[in-house]
Write a protein that binds this ligand. Structure first.
Ligand code: PMP
Length: 390
């Protein structure tokens, strides 16, 4: 029974246990931390804190080993079987990771007239860096075309026909998102690979999938995968870019790199261990079931409109499109007001434009995003609070 599995795991989050009257429903913004992560950071800082890659005394060696081992750990967590640990480059998070790919790798592979495909309705962090790369190249007289990858509400995925239309012989790069941070859709990355063929590098923003479901770079067949530590139960300011070593591109951080976030890396290693021990397939089943419970409940409340991802899929559909994110609007109440009202009932949700590209100036929405500590009781209580506002 999943409930018996979940209950002790919830008890491992001090901030959740200490606030029984509150429900944290904003894990897509940042996740809460289990005690194992807090302990790992504390232990590191109180037993062997030093810089990495410098010094030969024991604390420095221990820190260098921590950083190298965590590279291996990230590779393993992402299902990369290759032995080369330089495939993992630590960053401060997804924003910086995507920017690193756009700044340190992309410009060098593009020539005049090339085309890149990038999402225009995903997180702003997965749009600005590519546009900045185009601008930088234009100043050098290299003009590249940016083709927008459109989202399709009816399928909760990128529009497959538009995708086929925009990919051509000059397509040199595709940026995409694994799980959409507003709509909760699990994007069909396999289809993108089929359409673009084996040679075009794909960079995946996996900020909302890593830590929520088993993610395998081998299975997804992508070339870069980027995620944030703070969304995978670790600390803010940690994160990584994985890049494919043997066949495809390799991110080469310059010959000299500064001090990495060693405490964040200690927390990241502990978080990945914790997630593996808990079981990502069960975390996925638990949170997807909660999201389905919420969408089903919202479907019965006529005042609300669920955004972006179909409530039900055709029978036999091979993909469970919606992950652990549900975003909605009240037809009569402003979303910011709804967020305030919900907090007065103890529910912490996101209520704005969610940093979605192109969403500036548009009416916001309320986003509920779930993790392992959330419960069916929290969803039911949220639904009854929402029902009272009908
Ligand atoms: N991409 C996606 C899909 C996200 O959800 C987020 C965080 N909301 C980001 C990128 C940016 O992540 P960070 O703020 O950790 O850099």
């Amino acid at each position: 029974d999943l409930r018996d599995w979940q209950r002790p795991l919830r008890a491992e989050f001090p901030i959740i246990v200490d606030h029984p009257d509150l429900a944290y429903l904003d894990s897509a913004a940042t996740a809460q931390k289990p005690r194992a992560v807090l302990d790992a950071v504390q232990t590191y800082l109180t037993t062997s804190n030093a810089n990495s890659g410098r010094g030969t005394y024991p604390w420095a060696n221990a820190t260098t080993t921590l950083v190298e081992r965590t590279r291996d750990r990230v590779k393993e967590f992402l299902g990369d079987p290759a032995p080369d640990r330089s495939a993992v480059h630590f960053t401060s998070g997804t924003t910086e990771g995507l920017r690193t790919v756009a700044r340190d790798w992309l410009p060098a592979v593009l020539t005049d007239g090339d085309e890149i495909v990038v999402p225009f309705a995903d997180h702003q962090a997965n749009l600005s860096p590519w546009l900045e790369a185009r601008q930088l190249l234009a100043r050098q007289g290299i003009h590249i075309a940016v083709r927008p990858l459109p989202y399709q509400e009816s399928s909760g995925d990128y529009d497959p026909r538009a995708l086929a239309d925009i990919v051509g012989p000059r397509t040199r790069f595709v940026a995409a998102t694994h799980v959409h941070h507003v709509y909760g859709g699990d994007m069909n990355v396999h289809r993108i690979r089929r359409v673009v063929g084996p040679e075009v590098p794909i960079c995946l923003d996996a900020a909302q999938s890593v830590g929520h479901l088993p993610v395998s770079v081998a299975d997804l067949d992508v070339d870069f995968l980027v995620f944030s530590g703070h969304k995978v139960l670790a600390l803010p300011g940690s994160g990584a870019v994985w890049s494919r070593g043997t066949r495809g591109p390799r991110l080469r951080p310059g010959g000299w790199s500064g001090t990495p976030n060693t405490a964040g890396i200690a927390g990241l290693a502990a978080a990945l261990d914790w997630l593996d021990a808990a079981g990502l397939d069960r975390i996925e089943r638990w949170t997807v079931a909660l999201a389905a419970r919420l969408t089903d409940g919202l479907h019965r409340l006529s005042a609300y409109e669920v955004l972006g991802c179909p409530l039900s899929l055709p029978a036999g559909s091979p993909v469970q499109r919606r992950r652990s994110i549900v975003t909605f609007r009240h037809r009569g109440v402003n979303s910011n007001d709804l967020g305030f009202i919900l907090f007065s009932h103890g529910f912490m949700v996101r209520s704005d434009g969610h940093c979605q590209a192109g969403a500036a100036g548009e009416e916001g929405s309320v986003r509920v995003s779930l993790h392992i500590h959330n419960t069916p009781e929290e969803i039911d209580a949220l639904l009854s609070a929402l029902a009272k506002l009908q």
